[in-house]
Design a protein around this ligand. Structure first.
Ligand code: IFM
Length: 455
């Protein structure tokens, strides 16, 4: 077993996906309420108004986490619960909610990991231009400072942004997510730069106010998996991972564009060349701010794709086999992505890695015996964690793993049609049932990962 003694056995959620109480507790409107109200945007016309009603049931939910024996819980804060208008007056009810949640977690010996932004931008800020407005950098700094001041006596782990590729790419390139816009490349690159500056500013203000904080960042990636262990194929996969994709819908999905600035202090050369005509002014001072040192590098990894050498020092994608394994949402099952992803990322960025999300949606339902049997989830997690453990054995510095998700929840534009949780949620009654995978994860955690070795 290679995982560290203090390995974080976690699970994750996000505010809009579970909290509900969208119009309670002084919470301000977010871009998601607006998006969900537009016909055709979300499957079944669903929304997160009630979601898992976690706002009212967080005590029960933390009890369930304790039953699962998890050692850390990653949740996000709804910016508009803290600052209903995005800046200015603080909503004490919002602070009280998160403060109570943190206290309850600590009482159960669960380490809180706070994500500052998991996509639910206050609507008031969107009306002022959202991430395109250069002031977004100071808005975020103000918000991050408040969280650090008000929770930092007890919360020591912070993640600035979750999957910037999604809220910028899906939100402003393809328009599949809130706020649902299709914007010019120029506008999108401007926003992306502001997000990175906001990240750096948040790092600074959290450090000032919580000197013993551990700060990270959580982008996402699909991982190129070498088809063989030949050095040429491995090198091809590495090149593919950090190369720049420039096609019209996917140009925000680049790993290096979002991570090189934060961890290496510069944008990737290839991207600077390929995107040159659409880039905003980028100063050396900006790069210093963006690359303020962080403590861990989070990465959300769900799947990968096979890649081999093209025989000329480059790479090419390889087709998948007919009938390849897929999850309910249709994503390929590729445990090797949790080996090669961390390995390539650690080689390049040399920061301890935390898998901040990994998991799958399944067609789960309550069986005649009243239980929820999800053998596919158990098999998936087992395989992926084995691959992650192998990466640790091969020298990758891995601090933890957060399963997505603690419970079924609102899967954005797919509404409630996808179930990603280890806890089943009946959305009519709000009853929760621990799925078989929750018990399996509990046993795995109790064994400190040793169960992985048994099969
Ligand atoms: O539910 C999402 C989460 O909000 C961000 N990462 C991927 C998950 C599954 O799609």
């Amino acid at each position: 077993m290679a995982f560290k003694e203090k390995f974080l056995w976690g699970t994750a959620t996000s505010s809009y996906q579970i909290e509900g109480a969208a119009y309670e507790g002084g919470r301000g409107k977010t871009v998601w309420e607006d998006f969900c109200s537009r016909p055709g945007k979300v499957l079944g016309g669903q929304n997160g108004d009630r979601a898992c009603d976690h706002y009212h049931r967080y005590k029960e939910d933390v009890e369930l986490m304790a039953q699962m024996g998890i050692t850390s819980y990653r949740f996000s804060i709804a910016w508009s619960r803290i600052l209903p208008d995005g800046t200015g007056a603080v909503n004490e009810e919002g602070i009280a909610f998160y403060s109570d949640l943190v206290d309850m977690l600590l009482k159960k010996n669960i380490i809180p990991f706070v994500t500052l932004f998991h996509w639910d931008l206050p609507y008031a800020l969107y009306k002022k231009g959202g991430w395109q407005n250069p002031d977004s950098v100071t808005w975020f700094r103000e918000y991050a400072g408040i969280i650090a001041s008000r929770l930092g006596d007890r919360v020591k782990h912070f993640i600035t942004f979750n999957e910037p590729q999604c809220f910028i790419g899906l939100g402003h390139v393809t328009g599949e997510h809130a706020p649902g816009n299709k914007m010019s490349k120029k506008a999108v690159f401007e926003m992306a730069h502001h997000v990175l500056l906001a990240h750096g500013n948040a790092v600074e203000v959290i450090r000032e106010r919580v000197p013993d904080a551990k700060i990270g960042y959580a982008p996402t990636s699909a991982v190129p998996i070498p088809v063989s262990n030949n050095p040429e194929d491995i090198d091809a996969a590495r090149k593919a991972y950090f190369s720049i994709s420039s096609d019209d819908d996917n140009y925000m999905w680049n790993v290096s564009w979002w991570s090189d600035p934060v961890l290496l202090g510069r944008y990737p050369e290839e991207g600077m060349r390929v995107f040159a005509k659409d880039l905003p002014e980028i100063s050396p001072e900006d790069m210093k701010i963006i690359s303020r040192p962080i403590d861990f590098y989070g990465q959300n990894i769900y799947h990968g794709y096979p890649v081999r050498s093209d025989g000329n020092g480059g790479w090419e994608m390889v087709g998948r086999n007919e009938g390849y394994a897929r999850t309910a949402i249709g994503w390929p099952v590729t445990p090797e992505s949790l080996y090669w992803g961390p390995r390539f990322l650690y080689e390049r960025y040399k920061k301890p890695i935390i898998i901040t999300e990994n998991g799958l949606s399944c067609h789960d339902w309550v069986s005649l015996d009243g239980k929820v049997h999800d053998p596919n989830r158990i098999d998936f997690m087992h395989r992926y964690l084995k691959a992650l453990n192998q990466a640790a054995k091969d020298g990758v510095d891995i601090d933890g793993y957060f399963a997505w998700s603690m419970m079924d929840n609102f899967e954005w534009a797919k509404g409630y049609f996808e179930r990603f949780g280890m806890v089943y949620v009946n959305y009519e009654t709000q009853e929760r049932i621990l799925k078989d995978s929750a018990y399996w994860y509990r046993d795995l955690i109790q064994s400190r990962g040793r169960l992985l070795e048994e099969t």
